[in-house]
Design a protein around this ligand. Sequence first.
Ligand code: PEP
Ligand code: MN
Length: 252
Amino acid sequence: MKKQLIIAGPCAAESKEQVLVAAREAKKRQVDFMRACLWKPRTRPGFEGLGEEGIDLLVEVAKLGMAPATEVLLPEQAQQVMEKILTEVPESKLLLWIGARNQNHFIQREIARVVASDPRVMLLVKNQPWKNEDHWEGVAGHVLDGGIDPKRVILCHRGFMPNGVNPHGYRNVPAYDMAMSIREKTGLKMVFDPSHTGGSVPNVFHAAGEASKYDFDGLMVEVHPNPTEAKTDAGQQLTWGEFDRLMMERQA
Ligand code: PEP
Ligand code: MN
């Protein structure tokens, strides 16, 4: 099997302790990037993340030798995160991503422009919520228009909003063949997010098992030191023990 890119960690950064425990566990497992979102777009008002205040926690993650990853909603946020982390820990790598709901192509392109300015930063882009191949390909085009080296861009399939057939009761229904077609047409790497696809721990395993039959370049998985206490997406976050089992099953 070719080298897989593994991005794992909590849905959201919640506290210093939670972030640092997760970073140590991720580092032990040689995860490539540890995710922990500072800004959370939510369906309804609720915990929206620690925001700018939380950037220092990601600096601590980088100081431990673990490369951090977080979603950004605006180019200014990308700028702030890059400046702070890469000034304090210049040897660190960093992954920023554009989430499924961020479908304003002016904003997508500006975020890509900011990321393009520093070779230590990678940009991941999730598919839009509704199932449409043309739109998905268009998002990749807008991002590349920002002038970023395509080698630093990773697409991520996280399923599409259910509309009709959904036999496993997924939170978002995957379209593996479409993901493979986009990967082929754009020439970009494509990872799979079984967490936002599955929506529950058993479904995370199920979706990851299905996806292992396709040519994805890696996985983005939500893992929390104590999932039942998670402030967002509690039902789908794995424990580190479950994450180990997921990785073992993929190799089997
Ligand atoms: C997330 O990764 O926590 C997230 C909000 O995902 P998506 O943009 O795929 O809904
Ligand atoms: Mn989440």
